[in-house]
Design a protein around this ligand. Structure first.
Ligand code: KG4
Length: 338
């Protein structure tokens, strides 16, 4: 089954052609350079660039795959969650294309597709497993009981891990996307020099909170400025990175114990973080667990992962009609119908 997939949930316009887990082509047009000068994604600019680029990106995906539009068996699209104006561009384009070709339209949840990046990279990976999904907008710990069935164990109550990295990095004067830059320049952590708080939450022990950490970094930078002191940015970056990764690790492995998982999957943009990979690798090795994460090329937003997830959504009967709309927020365990 040949699926043409489209992704436009944030600042990447992407299209891919996939057959099951096999990627025949994948085109990503990123807007990072344009948003860099604003220190973050400007939604209106993102929507405009998606509108301008989407036809050419889809055309290139078709050409690169060596197929024609007539070979497409279904069109898949990210419909939620994300920036509403950005999502609408992909959703409307996909609706028009599916209608004109007379093929099914498959709605794909953005976070489900981040998990599916692992299906492309690891042909042997099958649910059930425990997944830590860490991206710019979401931090979710979930049981993936089947390709389209999820049980949320914990989620962030405020900022996502990626957002915490991005905002803290901006305060440190690092360029957008902050998480990436922070990871590159971080050296050795020093919690004595830069003590950062460990969030303590009441209620669900598997929930996360990163806004306090973000604020602590902002205060550290402001206090230093007021005193005319220099911040050691590589050390502060490493201290924050270590703290965030420690929190993610502790909760994930506690959940693995409680729910009985020995197969751990990392997904989302922050799964590119070198420290996160290191600590999870070490912990899984110690416990004899299997760890999966996507290659760097599939950690960020792309449409290949949308196509891979779409295959399983289609098999489950999750097909949309022309009333499909974009949705800014939607939990990963929704019913899949769009
Ligand atoms: O999954 P993603 O591409 O977009 C969303 O769907 O949110 O994630 C983007 C996030 C950004 O916050 C970015 O700073 C972060 O992933 N990120 C990283 C790294 N690479 C990307 N954060 C920490 N370390 C990295 N190496």
């Amino acid at each position: 089954m040949i699926i043409l997939s489209i992704e436009s949930s944030c600042d990447e316009t992407a299209a891919a052609v996939v057959s099951g887990r096999e990627v025949l082509s994948s085109v990503v047009n990123t807007q990072i350079e344009e948003h860099k000068i604003y220190g973050g994604v400007v939604p209106e600019i993102a929507s405009r660039r998606h509108s301008e680029n989407i036809s050419a990106v889809v055309d290139k995906a078709i050409t690169d795959a060596g197929i024609t539009y007539q070979d497409i068996d279904a069109v898949a699209v990210t419909h939620a969650p994300g920036l509403i104006g950005a999502l609408l561009v992909g959703v409307n384009f996909a609706k028009g294309l599916a209608f004109s070709l007379g093929v099914p339209l498959i709605p794909v949840h953005h976070l489900r597709s981040h998990i599916a990046a692992n299906y492309i990279a690891h042909p042997d990976l099958e649910p059930p497993f425990l997944c830590l999904l860490v991206s710019g907008g979401n931090t979710v710990l979930a049981e993936v009981t089947d390709y389209t069935s999820f049980n949320i164990i914990g989620a962030t109550r405020d900022d996502a891990a990626g957002e915490c990295f991005d905002k803290a990095a901006r305060q440190m004067g690092l360029s957008y996307p902050g998480g990436v830059t922070l990871d590159k320049i971080a050296t050795v952590s020093d919690p004595k020099k830069y003590p950062l708080p460990t969030p303590h939450l009441t209620g669900n022990e598997f929930d996360f909170s990163f806004s306090g950490l973000k604020t602590a970094v902002i205060n550290t930078v402001h206090n230093a400025k007021q005193k005319g002191e220099e911040i050691d940015v590589p050390v502060l970056a490493a201290t924050l990175r270590e703290k965030v990764c420690e929190i993610l690790k502790t909760k994930t492995f506690l959940a693995a114990e409680k729910y009985g998982y020995k197969k751990i999957v990392l997904a989302g943009g922050v799964s590119a973080n070198s420290e996160l990979r290191r600590v999870f690798n070490a912990e899984c090795e110690k416990r004899g667990f299997n760890l999966y994460f996507p290659p760097l090329s599939l950690c960020g937003d792309n449409a290949a992962m949308v196509g891979a997830q779409a295959f399983y959504e289609y098999k489950k009967g999750n097909i949309a009609d022309m009333s499909l709309n974009a949705t800014a927020t939607l939990p990963i365990d929704y019913n899949g119908k769009g």
